[in-house]
Ligand binder design. Structure first.
Ligand code: NOJ
Length: 453
């Protein structure tokens, strides 16, 4: 019997598919070739901070295995890879001498990517601040860290600008601002008040501005740059005008510290209302930097929060019931509609006119079966639902131009250590063998056909 054909669910021609990872989560070689300590190296060495007291010393040993990792990517048909550079490898003290061995390492890595015909999308900063900046200046609490970042951005864009055309300044500011200084559960792990949280956001946004400036100055022809944000995404409980209007208001309220200053180039009335007396006292020129025009907005989309129109149309945020479907990573409520509303609200509320999904995926405690295969139907299911929503979003005219799956392989998942695996490929940490999971082969087919299979 002939199998029936179904109409294809294609993405636009030229849609950019890729995979993502980040230096501190995969490289290891934490002390090799002159690398300085990062705040995460430092934090992980404090007992009790990370599940299983895991550290970043070896991770996926990508530092020594990048060539075979790229060969595997190539086998899977990966054409774009979002990676990050380790600031402490390039400038071990944050703002002192450049470590030539660090510069050379990424040249070798980029050579290998070029040979495998994989295009680099480089994140300048994926949370691994040089510990020296934390110890000397107080890290993101200080403008000296902004100055140090400006120099770091100049150094890397000058070094790699000839061969790298896609730059992302910062990854998910919330991690090293509100979660680090407000919640106090990420390095430096000190719980402070709102005033400090707002200040760290302001400094992060200024650093972003310097990243943009560096790409404009030294990036050469065709260089493009944007920020990757983890905007909190409200999902209207019903797709009807009053609830959508509430979601639009919620989008600004939830992201008032990041997207509002970035897109408006000033502290808006929404910011002032929500920050109150804890608002930052910006200096002259800060906002020129913060709101430098970018080429795209990166969104990391994992989850969302449901809202409905409450009294006077104000957004009312709904709690998740205990039995709401959730990944093994307990923060990851499975809300595929966030993939529709994230980009759509970024466009309608802030006018974002070119958007990339720079991360999406799901963390589970995968285990190989008796045959050594990882049949991760749960991950495939969630990513497929998200891609269905992304397809719908693009059909509705939202300018999403690409999608990067997090992550190429299981890696150091921050506070969760080596649990809560997000990889398309399984990392066997005892042997450092990579085993493509069922989802990797499925995603390979999506990239190959440019459609939802
Ligand atoms: C976002 C972060 O950028 C990445 O580093 C992390 O591993 C994933 N979320 C999953 O938590």
């Amino acid at each position: 019997m002939k199998a029936p054909t179904i109409p294809s669910c294609s993405f636009p021609r030229g849609f950019k598919w890729g995979v993502a990872a980040a230096a501190p989560q995969i490289e290891g070689a934490a002390r090799k070739d002159g690398k300085g300590e990062s705040v995460w190296d430092h934090f992980a060495r404090q007992p009790g901070r990370i599940t299983g007291n895991a550290n970043l010393d070896v991770a996926c040993d990508h530092y020594h295995r990048f060539a075979s990792d790229f060969a595997l990517m190539r086998d899977l048909g990966v054409r774009r890879y979002r990676l990050s550079l380790a600031w402490p490898r390039i400038l071990p003290n944050g703002d002192g001498a450049v470590n030539q061995a660090g510069i050379d390492f990424y040249h070798r890595l980029l050579d290998a990517m070029e040979a495998a015909e994989i295009e680099p999308w480089i994140t300048m900063f994926h949370w691994d601040l040089p510990q020296a900046l934390e110890s000397r200046y107080g890290g993101w609490r200080s403008r000296r860290t902004v100055d140090a970042f400006a120099r770091y951005a100049d150094v890397i864009v000058q070094a790699y600008g000839r061969r790298v055309k896609h730059w992302i300044t910062l990854n998910e500011m919330s991690s090293f601002t509100v979660l680090a200084h407000g919640v106090g559960e990420r390095p430096p792990g000190i719980k402070s008040g709102e005033e400090v949280v707002n200040l760290t956001y302001h400094h992060a946004l200024m650093a972003h501005g310097h990243g943009v400036r560096a790409v404009r100055e030294y990036g050469g022809r065709g260089a493009r740059v944007g920020l990757t944000d983890d905007a909190a995404i409200p999902v209207p409980i019903m797709e009807s005008p009053p609830h959508i209007a509430a979601a639009q208001k919620a989008f600004r309220e939830l992201n008032y510290r990041s997207l509002d200053p970035l897109f408006h180039g000033r502290f808006t009335s929404v910011y002032r209302r929500l920050a109150g007396p804890n608002a930052v006292r910006a200096q002259r020129g800060d906002f020129n930097l913060i709101s430098m025009p970018t080429d795209f907005l990166g969104l990391n989309v994992y989850t969302g929060v449901y809202v409905r129109a409450g009294r006077g149309g104000r957004p009312e945020y709904l709690d998740f019931p205990a039995s709401f479907p959730t990944a093994d990573a307990s923060w990851l409520r499975l809300v595929p509609q966030a993939m529709y509303w994230g980009p759509r609200l970024a466009q309608s509320v802030y006018g974002a006119d070119e958007i990339y999904i720079t991360e999406n995926g799901a963390g589970y405690d995968d285990v190989p079966n008796a045959d050594g295969e990882i049949v991760d139907l749960h991950r495939r299911q969630y990513i497929r639902q998200c891609l269905g929503e992304l397809h719908r979003c693009i059909q509705h005219g939202v300018p999403v131009k690409g999608y990067f799956c997090w992550s190429f392989m299981d890696n150091f998942e921050w506070l969760d250590g080596y649990t809560k695996r997000f990889g398309l490929c399984y990392t066997d940490y005892a042997t450092q063998r990579r085993i493509p999971k069922l989802s990797a082969n499925w995603y390979a087919e999506i990239m190959r056909t440019n459609s939802l299979v």
